[in-house]
Design a protein around this ligand. Sequence first.
Ligand SMILES: Nc1ncnc2c1ncn2[C@@H]1O[C@H](COP(=O)(O)OP(=O)(O)O)[C@@H](O)[C@H]1O
Ligand SMILES: [Mg+2]
Length: 311
Amino acid sequence: MAMVDIRDARKTYDGGFEALRGVDLQIQEGEILALLGPNGAGKTTLISAICGITQPTAGQIEVGGHDVVRDYREARKLIGLVPQEINLEPFEKVASTVAFSRGLFGLPKNDALIEQILRKLSLWEKRNDRVMALSGGMKRRVLIAKALSHEPRVLFLDEPTAGVDVELRRDMWQIVEELRQDGVTIILTTHYIEEAEAIADRVGVINKGQILLVEDKDSLMTRMGKKELTVELDAPISDIPQSLSDFDLTLGSDGKTLVYAYDTAAERTGIARLMAALSEAGLVVRDVSTAQNSLEDIFVGLVSDEQEAAQ
Ligand SMILES: Nc1ncnc2c1ncn2[C@@H]1O[C@H](COP(=O)(O)OP(=O)(O)O)[C@@H](O)[C@H]1O
Ligand SMILES: [Mg+2]
């Protein structure tokens, strides 16, 4: 059974805007799913629908087997939500605001657990500080601590690192990794491709209220990734010889580097054939290297294909 099971979820806002247009998504226990999409794609709407903050217009969403509308309380207990916007009580002290969040779920006090959470998030030293005295990054940590206070099985992080500095971003990734080791299922939204690439097991791409694909990160990168082979020639040439016109080659401005783009999914890469053709054309190869394009290239390609198709 999927930990989070979304079937044909739709959301039309008052005024008629369709923010979710039939989302199907299953998330297994213990995985880290990154939901990648540009601003306005529907990421926050989807999370809000799962967490019961907004009512889906149609479709069915279950968390841990509980319908999020019918069995709201049971479902919500399993969920920790770190919202996109910082929404903290400025005069509260760090430890008490986190303990208070736990109480909202009707759970008994557990000082040892709160201490453990605060330590994990490097907030223990700040436990008696007022929230308003904290930096932006520390406030984000408090949001995570609050979301963990009732020991959720699924944690939603809505753009956890938007606008934070590089150091904090890396800390966040570390925190996410530690939570995964505790068996927490994590869904994070981001428009930083680097983030999905760094921490996700699976990547979902969402655009205009629809999931364009969900796939294991590594296989996504192999399937869609184009590779480039850079061939360094011994002596410069002014043009690519006619005999090499079969190959997708680009000549560098120095006249000495040839870049060959090939599809990793293709049965044959054509590299052996290219090497033979180069030698037949009398070109001496000094060195070769390969590079694979990133998730970023794949993502930009997908979203722009979709935009072209819509026109
Ligand atoms: N309460 C609302 N009423 C009307 N439209 C909304 C509301 N909330 C969000 N939207 C619209 O729905 C779309 C998706 O928004 P959102 O889910 O916040 O996207 P994301 O989190 O991916 O940036 C946007 O076009 C946004 O303007
Ligand atoms: Mg959002």
